[in-house]
Write a protein that binds this ligand. Structure first.
Ligand code: AMP
Ligand code: MG
Length: 401
């Protein structure tokens, strides 16, 4: 039975497993999902930290009218804490150094005149306790939680992990993904192509996109439309990977054997056919060991669309606890279509204005029209229940990765 896009999405969501935790070096954690809470191992800042190059003084001395301070020495960043030898002396201090014992304020060089070994605070400059000092623990205290499990690790989070000394970090294990093309007509890109053949293109697109999105474990396969080789090939590939993307062989043709072969291999059909265009024959199933099988229609636009609409958001979702973030765009021209199937329409961004993306359909013939995608940035999703989407409609927008 054909199901709606929303139903298909919800089934795919429910089937997402939680992948095991692995510990990786910080350099390999970018883009991954944190699977542990991370706490401050010290106060932040860990000491009263000088925030400006200048002199450190006791502000009480200044308040009592003192303006000239003999310079007792210099304390650079990385030096252990020194002490003011007397309340009316000063030390030169550099950004990042520890506030010297006995000092409670820093006057920046711009506000000081230095003459020999005396520093004079300029007239008209006020000195407050703790000025130009980042006070110990003023950002976070020892033991406070800095990051929670479920956070995605981008540059700021990686910096925090490094700051608290996490050379290795617990993250979600990335699924290993097998990408399979099927079809006797398909030849590899570096092979001679006969008049009755075409080069396979889908698999390269999917692999590039997955690798860019930090799924490095991908492997390409090709199988012919032949029952025995499909059974043997898919059996082996199923055993090797956590996720399978199969292209082609899911329609109604005589040689579209993928669903029956998967069935024979014990893969449970979750659905076959979705009320969408392109991509109606889309098939999805689950196998033992939490393996997910996305059997995408072979037509290039269908394959790319189903992949971006279902596989990618779900991979991201299963990798983290955060909501799937959805982008919207505004139609820059009317789109009318015959309802009954949800339309995934390739579009290009025509302008961006005040945070809004405006899109227009690209000239496009059918789901085989790969060349039309050259000028497109993604596709919009137009609900089957509506017939006319006027200019200005706000609709879900999926960007090509
Ligand atoms: P199928 O879903 O197997 O009926 O394939 C539909 C169309 O997509 C046919 O024209 C195939 O030749 C084409 N096709 C299938 N797989 C690929 C692929 N990996 N790359 C490019 N075209 C493909
Ligand atoms: Mg085929």
């Amino acid at each position: 039975m054909m199901i709606s896009v929303a139903e298909a999405e919800s089934i795919v969501t429910q089937c997402q497993p939680t992948y095991p935790i692995e510990k990786v070096p910080l350099e390999r954690a970018y883009g991954r999902v944190l699977r542990e809470d991370v706490f401050a191992d010290r106060d932040l800042p860990p000491y009263n930290s000088v925030a400006m190059d200048g002199i450190a003084i006791d502000s009480t001395a200044w308040q009592q009218g003192l303006r000239s301070f003999p310079i007792a020495g210099t304390q650079a960043a990385g030096d252990p804490q020194q002490s003011l030898p007397a309340a009316d002396a000063c030390l030169e201090v550099m950004t990042g150094s520890v506030l010297p014992q006995g000092a409670d304020a820093v006057v920046r060089y711009e506000d000081v005149n230095i003459d020999g070994d005396t520093a004079r605070v300029a007239d008209g400059i006020a000195v407050e306790p703790m000025q130009n000092v980042r006070q110990q623990a003023s950002d976070r205290q020892l033991g406070e939680k800095l990051l929670s499990a479920g956070y995605r690790l981008f540059s700021p989070q990686l910096a925090i992990l490094a700051f608290v000394g996490h050379a290795r970090v617990k993250v979600d294990k990335r699924p290993s993904i097998g990408i399979v093309s099927t079809g006797n007509e398909l030849v590899d890109i570096d092979q001679p192509v006969q008049p009755h053949q075409i080069r396979r293109s889908n698999t390269y697109a999917l692999q590039a996109s997955l690798n860019r999105l930090h799924y490095p474990e991908t492997c390409l396969y090709h199988l012919n439309d032949e029952h025995e080789s499909l059974v043997e090939g898919l059996r082996e590939i199923l055993n090797r990977h956590d996720v399978l993307l199969i292209g082609g062989g899911v329609s109604r043709g005589k040689y579209d054997l993928v669903p029956s072969v998967l069935d024979k291999l014990g893969v449970t059909t979750q659905f076959h056919q979705v009320r969408q265009r392109p991509g109606k024959p889309f098939w999805f199933g689950t196998a033992a060991g939490n393996t997910l099988v996305y059997a995408l229609p072979g037509n290039p636009v269908s394959a790319l669309t189903c992949f971006h609409r279902y596989t990618l958001p779900q991979l991201q979702h299963s990798a983290g606890s955060k909501e799937i973030s959805r982008e919207c765009a505004v139609l820059n021209s009317d789109i009318r279509f015959l309802k009954s199937l949800t339309l995934f329409r390739p579009v290009k961004i025509v302008r961006k204005q005040e945070g809004t993306i405006f899109v227009e359909p690209v000239a496009y013939r059918n789901s085989g029209d790969l060349a039309a995608l050259a000028d497109s940035d993604g596709f919009v999703e137009l609900d089957a229940e509506v017939e006319m989407f006027p200019t200005g409609s706000i609709v879900p927008f999926y960007r090509w990765t």
